[in-house]
Write a protein that binds this ligand. Sequence first.
Ligand code: AHR
Length: 501
Amino acid sequence: LTCHVTLDPAFRIGTVNPRLFGSFVEHMGRCVYGGIFEPGHEEADADGLRQDVLKLSRELGVTVIRYPGGNFVSGYRWEDGVGPVEQRPRRLDLAWRSVETNAFGFNEFMTWARRAEVEPMMAVNLGTRGIQEACDLLEYANHPGGTYWSDLRVSHGVAEPYGIKLWCLGNEMDGPWQVGHKSADAYGALAAETAKAMRQVDPSVQLVACGSSNDRMPTFGSWEATILDHTFDYVDYISLHAYFEKAGEDRASFLASGLAMDRFIEGVVATADHVAAKKRSRRKLMLSFDEWNIWYESRFAGHTNLEWAQAPRLIEDEYTTEDAVVVGSLMMSLLRHADRVGVACLAQLVNIIAPIRAEPDRPAWRQTIFYPFALTARHARGEVLRVEPITSTYDTARHGDVPVADVVATHDAENGYVTIFAVNRSETETVLLEAALRALPGMRIIEHLVLGGVPGELLHSNSADAPERVAPRAGNGAAIDGSHLLTAPLPPASWTMLRLA
Ligand code: AHR
């Protein structure tokens, strides 16, 4: 089997936006409490922030963190989480049937975000609350001073406004499970009015309207069309969420999840452009894929009537090598749509379906999916090239006919680097990658890393006792010949990164 591509800097999709490498911290399970924040832990600093988690977050290369939810935000009163900690109320969090102590809130998050060197992406509650509370939070966060909410922030020890740019107008408002779930018309009208009012408080904000919770929702497509009828002129992004999992033993379909992500993105782009056409607008609305990952939701399905608990262990999925291969391919899908996807957030950052795991009695460790994310975040730079892979296809139960291999490449002209990401979805055959580099003469291979490719290791994972069992290994057999043709064997069921300089 072969996969042929041509790399030519003249053919580009778009610039790699650093915001594609975002993640997500929700008040859910042990993401905040016992994740980024754990006073008393031997790794915690004086503010209770775990230094081991901070260190791994920086190593992961995350650029944006969405906060504080997720489903949680739709019942959240942000004021509960600011001011003297001892006066903060304990509340029921209806989304996850948890007890929220509010020991960690907005200013603690902003301190964490500064130390993690990430851009905050705040979500406002449009479930149980509305325009006023969203504007109050924005005034507290971004207004310099001399007003009730901005002076309250100053009295809480934060003299300078934060200047937060990215704001989500609610979360998954199409979902019947959402506290304060709304019809498309009701949400669209509320989101439009909230957006207009928020821009009066701070005209520099960039706003995200809620798209569908996933593309299997019965309202997918019509939800986007309706809410954009209301909000198109007032928002900067529409959101997408998607979680993938292997159904039973169907690895063939699972390895092709990137194709499902491509189709989802292209469906939302088509809908946004349809609304633009109706409005006689030439604006290409950008997409915010602000929740994506692998999540074995089928394993969680039975846990609906949870006992009330504080920071319970929820959906702490342990990822395998094959999950890492799929995460690598999902990142390739995001890169391929760099012209329309402007923000993306791996959900979530720590413990909850996360690349980082933390326990009370040991240092944090990297899950398998940490590696493709970190490598892509570090090395996908410059322009995404239009490479047009030519390869054979195979049949899958879920996605129909699927190309056996996929390739994405980025070109950092300024620093002289090319990075090729490739996935081989065949479970049994090696695919020979052939990349024509005539338009990029003189390149040498400087790094070749592979995840997966060894059948017996596809279900291996990292754990507290074996934190480094799975990691990328050096690939071999790659070469560039005299006619500028790069060849590299892609092992079965693997993800590969090749760096050229
Ligand atoms: O990330 C877990 C949950 O998944 C989020 O709270 C919600 O937005 C989504 O359904």
